[in-house]
Design a protein around this ligand. Structure first.
Ligand code: NAP
Length: 457
């Protein structure tokens, strides 16, 4: 596990240890907290294989693949399968732990898991990706399943891969209620309406709720406070904002579209980026036109003047890494981890950072921003929309009763609002501890269940 994750968990445990009202009946508090630390810092299982896959040119490759099951005290393991060349065991372990805590924080009855396949999906044909996805299921078929471990899409994978994977699972396990084996499937294949958009919608909702509903309702209180959180949110509230979105995939493009369509906050999306390019227009980008372009161009943003003309989008083409340091008020990070680090944090101009991706800000950057009064809406809080709607999909698959899209969004926003309402007032009284508060809360919930299950001795 990353040392920075270890530290935030240990800090949460220390805070809970000091709080004598938390689990007051524990017979040996010191020993119980030592057990907790051990349970949280290690996954239950790490499964690793080298998938043997024949390619279109008839050569055979062996691809590293992982399924990490962190903790299932709150329910079956749950977490996405990432298709990216940077996938490695440590990263998958870290992401699986984050899933355990995310589910605990948002009261989703799942444990935490994560998977990964170390490939750049852009370098493989659809036929090869189909073979890779099916092989993944075959290699891990004994450890996954609707009541054991339920994978979902993550970076580089989507409903197409989940459909293939579920089909393979059904073949291997005839007679099992297979609809609950994978979430993030296409709607025709038993997926939930609204699942594809859920994470991006949820990410944008956390920002809108903080900067519109919460500040509006607490304006007077905040104006009397001199804490940096109050200052930053009030300084930004009710004025025209510039926003940049890093990553224009499942999460980033949906969040950007939500922002584009939201009339409650005056903002323009002046920049978006993907792995190839940053597009910048100070007057605001035409997000619907960019979304349309990506649909017919393998998910890619326009990266040449000709493509911009074809897309009917006015923008300046910049280097992909320049996005995070552009002169904007809000930075929405929806690509991958470690994007804001010690080497670029000082050049970031944004006053609000929204973590759509998992762990896009390193601990050094997190501390730096806290000291500077930059408000961060952390990943554990912001990007849970996907797993929340995955839970609805899993329920619908089990009941074979399907909700309308409107119902899914209503339930999603209700759940995210409940968590926001629980965390924000605490944040107000305890500036710049939103991430820490979320972790404390998640650890508290998980520990309570572990204690009641007799696991803390
Ligand atoms: P995705 O659909 O694969 O999109 C990722 C986007 O990031 C793509 O536009 C990709 O560009 C871009 N990208 C990759 N490397 C980049 C770089 N170095 N600089 C700028 N852009 C880069 O993945 P996703 O599902 O949106 O996931 C994004 C993040 O959100 C991940 O951290 C994931 O773990 C997290 N997340 C996702 C979900 C979910 O439901 N999907 C839920 C929770 C958290 P190319 O298309 O050019 O590769």
């Amino acid at each position: 596990m990353h040392t920075e994750t270890k530290k935030i968990i240990q800090d949460s445990l220390d805070a809970l240890f000091e709080n004598e009202t938390f689990l007051p009946d524990i017979p040996n508090r010191t020993q119980a907290f030592t057990s907790l630390s051990a349970i949280l810092s290690t996954p239950n299982n790490i499964h690793k294989s080298f998938l043997r896959v024949p390619l279109d040119d008839e050569s055979v490759v062996r691809i590293p693949a992982y399924r990490v099951q962190h903790n299932n005290a709150l329910g079956p393991y749950k977490g996405g399968i990432r298709f990216h060349e940077s996938v490695n065991e440590e990263e998958v372990v870290n992401l699986a732990l984050l899933m355990t805590l995310k589910n605990a924080l948002h009261q989703v009855p799942f444990g935490g898991g994560k998977g990964g396949i170390a490939i750049n999906p852009h370098e493989y044909s659809a036929k090869e990706l189909n073979a890779i996805s099916r092989k993944y299921v075959r290699y891990f078929s004994d450890v996954i399943g609707p009541d054991k471990d339920i994978p979902a899409p993550d970076m580089g994978s989507g409903e197409r891969e989940m459909d293939w994977m579920m089909a393979e699972y059904k073949l291997i396990h005839p007679g099992i209620a297979y609809l609950g084996s994978f979430t993030g499937k296409s709607v025709v294949n038993g997926g939930s309406l609204g699942r594809r958009e859920a994470t991006g919608k949820g990410v944008y909702f956390t920002f809108r709720y903080l900067l519109y509903d919460y500040v509006k309702a607490n304006e007077e209180l905040l104006s009397k406070s001199d804490n940096p959180f109050a200052k930053t949110t009030l300084e930004i509230y009710n004025r025209p904002l510039k926003m940049a979105v890093q990553g224009f995939g499942n999460v980033g493009s949906v969040a950007a579209l939500e922002a584009y369509n939201c009339k409650l906050i005056q903002h323009k999306i002046v920049a978006v980026s993907d792995r190839n390019v940053t597009l910048f227009n100070e007057e605001g980008l035409n997000i619907p036109a960019l979304v349309d372009f990506t649909k017919t161009n393998d998910g890619d943003l326009p990266s040449t003047e000709k493509q911009l003309l074809d897309a009917e989008v006015k923008a300046e083409i910049k280097d992909r890494n320049s996005l995070v340091t552009l002169p904007v008020d809000v930075l929405l990070l929806a690509a991958m981890e470690n994007q804001i680090r010690e080497d670029n944090m000082k050049d970031v101009k944004a006053r609000i950072i929204i973590e759509g991706a998992n762990a896009p800000t390193t601990t050094e950057a997190d501390h730096y921003f806290n000291d500077k009064g930059v408000v961060i809406i952390p990943d554990i809080l912001a990007n849970a929309g996907g797993v929340i709607v995955s839970y609805f999909e899993w329920l619908q698959g089990r009941e074979t009763q399907f909700y309308t899209e409107k119902e899914v969004y209503r339930l999603l926003i209700k759940k995210m609002k409940e968590t926001m309402d629980m965390m924000l007032p605490q944040y107000y009284g305890d500036p710049f501890a939103l991430r820490q508060n979320c972790f404390i809360h998640a650890v508290m919930r998980l520990s309570t269940v572990l204690y009641h299950q007799g696991k803390l001795y």
